[in-house]
Write a protein that binds this ligand. Structure first.
Ligand code: NAD
Length: 267
């Protein structure tokens, strides 16, 4: 396994779900972890303890609301004072399933603010410092919905397509930073399909209701519609890919959007 000793990783939305699994993978490799998200003290303490057990030499919690540009700026100031983020994982995200007829300006603004603008504001602060160091990794957690559409997800799909496009621009702007030995600066997206976390619970509940409340049947229903493997992903599988992207050997992997989707996007 590639070591990340001496590196600092800021993972947004890492108090639970996919973000926590990524933080755990990076902690296992020895990175200092910038833990982040909307959470109470108990959840923060539990996540911190988990990351310390995994091997993080230091864990610091940040609570910036990702829809608040000033709060993100203050967080990035604090991260710079802490030595700067060598690894930035934009994972915080929200989902609202609404049709065009049901969607409101508030829903559109909320989803775009967290899923897209939030990532822009962390990247614009982190990337120049990564270039100075000659090593940097931005891993943006997009979605299959950054590559293909589904009904009733206009704000989410727009935000994730935007994230994929924005990441490609950043990959180009920083492609020549650093060198092979240092690892260079890369920017990539991971595009998960159905992954069992809190964010998909409302959709599971909706499908389960059509099967008399049977949760397993609800999940099977979701998978049957889109994910040919008929298997959900575990958050740790996203963590393992994020860790690999952080290794120096991945210095020439940039501008990609890698699906972990059981074949969803090749149909
Ligand atoms: P989750 O709901 O468990 O985690 C979302 C995280 O984002 C939480 O830690 C939360 O604190 C944070 N967050 C939300 N709004 C925030 C705000 N305003 N300010 C700060 N933090 C905020 O869900 P998850 O599945 O772990 O989602 C992680 C990412 O993965 C999201 O970007 C999501 O779109 C993406 N994704 C998930 C799936 C899936 O099936 N679970 C599939 C594709 C993409």
């Amino acid at each position: 396994m590639s070591r990340l000793d001496g590196k600092t990783a800021l993972i947004t939305g890492s108090v639970q779900g996919i973000g926590l699994a990524i933080a755990e993978a990076l902690a296992t490799a020895g990175a200092r972890i910038g833990l982040h998200g909307l959470a109470g003290p108990d959840q923060v303490a539990a996540a911190t303890a988990k990351l310390q057990r995994a091997g993080a030499p230091e864990v610091r919690f940040f609570d910036a609301d990702m829809s608040d540009t000033a709060a993100i700026d203050a967080m990035m100031d604090a991260v710079v004072a802490w030595g700067g983020a060598d690894i930035l994982v934009n994972n915080a995200g929200i989902q609202r399933t609404v049709s065009f007829a049901q969607a409101t300006p508030e829903i559109w603004n909320a989803v775009l603010a967290v899923n897209l603008s939030g990532a822009f504001h962390t990247m614009r602060r982190a990337l120049p410092l990564m270039a100075e160091k000659g090593y940097g990794r931005v891993v943006n957690i997009a979605s299959v919905h950054g590559l293909v559409a589904s009904v009733n997800k206009a704000p989410y799909v727009a935000s994730k397509f935007g994230l994929v496009g924005m990441s490609r621009v950043a990959a180009l702007e920083y492609a020549a930073a650093g060198n092979k030995a240092a690892g260079g600066v890369t920017v990539n997206c991971i595009c998960p399909g159905w992954t069992e976390t809190a964010i998909i619970e409302p959709q599971i509940a909706q499908r389960a209701a059509a099967h008399g409340g049977d949760r397993a049947a609800g999940i099977a229903d979701l998978l049957a519609e889109k994910q040919p493997s008929q298997r959900t992903s575990d958050p740790s599988e996203i963590g393992a890919l994020a860790l690999w992207l952080c290794a120096p050997i991945a210095h020439n992997v940039t501008g990609t959007a890698i699906p972990i989707d059981g074949g969803w996007t090749v149909q």
